[in-house]
Design a protein around this ligand. Sequence first.
Ligand SMILES: Nc1ncnc2c1ncn2[C@@H]1O[C@H](COP(=O)(O)OP(=O)(O)OP(=O)(O)O)[C@@H](O)[C@H]1O
Length: 275
Amino acid sequence: MTALKIDRLNKVYTDTYSGEEVTAIADVSFTVREGEFVSVLGPSGCGKTTVLNIVAGFVRQSGGTVVVDGRPVDGPGPDRGVVFQSHALFPWKTVLGNVVFGLRMRGVPRAERNATAEEFLKLVGLDGFAHRYPHELSGGMQQRLGVARVLANEPAVMLMDEPFASIDAQTRRKLQEDLTGIFESRRPTVFFVTHDVDEAVFLSDRIVVLSRRPSRVREIVDVTLPRPRRWQETAELPEFRRIANQVNDLLAGDENEAADGGARAGDAGGEPGAA
Ligand SMILES: Nc1ncnc2c1ncn2[C@@H]1O[C@H](COP(=O)(O)OP(=O)(O)OP(=O)(O)O)[C@@H](O)[C@H]1O
């Protein structure tokens, strides 16, 4: 079943200073099936976060539709849980309090919500930290908490915007492995935005590669690697390198086209001030 359907999405921003119109997204369509992990990759500034923000209901599209679980998106809602790059946790609430909050908003009874929150804290490896505060956790632990908080609410789609970008490389690998383990055991539907090709290949079932701005879908790449996935074994598979090279070629092809055509076309779609 389709969990998320993005159809002919278009977004034009109006620059608040110059009043100039900037087309961030020209025409983007793709679907995410229930229980599928789909990543979106593309050149910097192509509109990845904009697509995610429209799906989250934070930003309104200029054209096209977004349907989650059969319902058109018309603002934020509990059917979509977002894990941000910065942690966006409640600093005054404990770890347990952060996870329980959404459950309380949904009217889950107290005994049940504490049990559910503890189950999800265990899933992300934070059992034993329930009564700490976010500032007492490392960056990686805060991201785990962000994941637990979203998963506990069983959203139709979990939206993740470069959640590991600000985390050191070693911890990032561990978090990617843990996220994969959680995905493999729970099968949430995930829409994941990243800059990192290897991360996208390791985590995803499919990768949507966007063109430079104004963006379109350049290609949707199937990742047929076996699960369960662990970095050491998965990265050694020839298929892993083949897919990563394919995605890198798609991104590089886009850069080359930008270099060839950008100057000629006055680069109407380029980043302002970009060389
Ligand atoms: N609120 C806004 N007003 C005007 N322009 C905006 C606004 N938000 C984003 N943009 C522009 O839209 C384009 C897409 O931005 P977006 O952040 O979605 O891209 P991205 O692919 O996520 O970028 P990055 O890879 O750098 O994170 C950029 O050119 C950006 O400058």
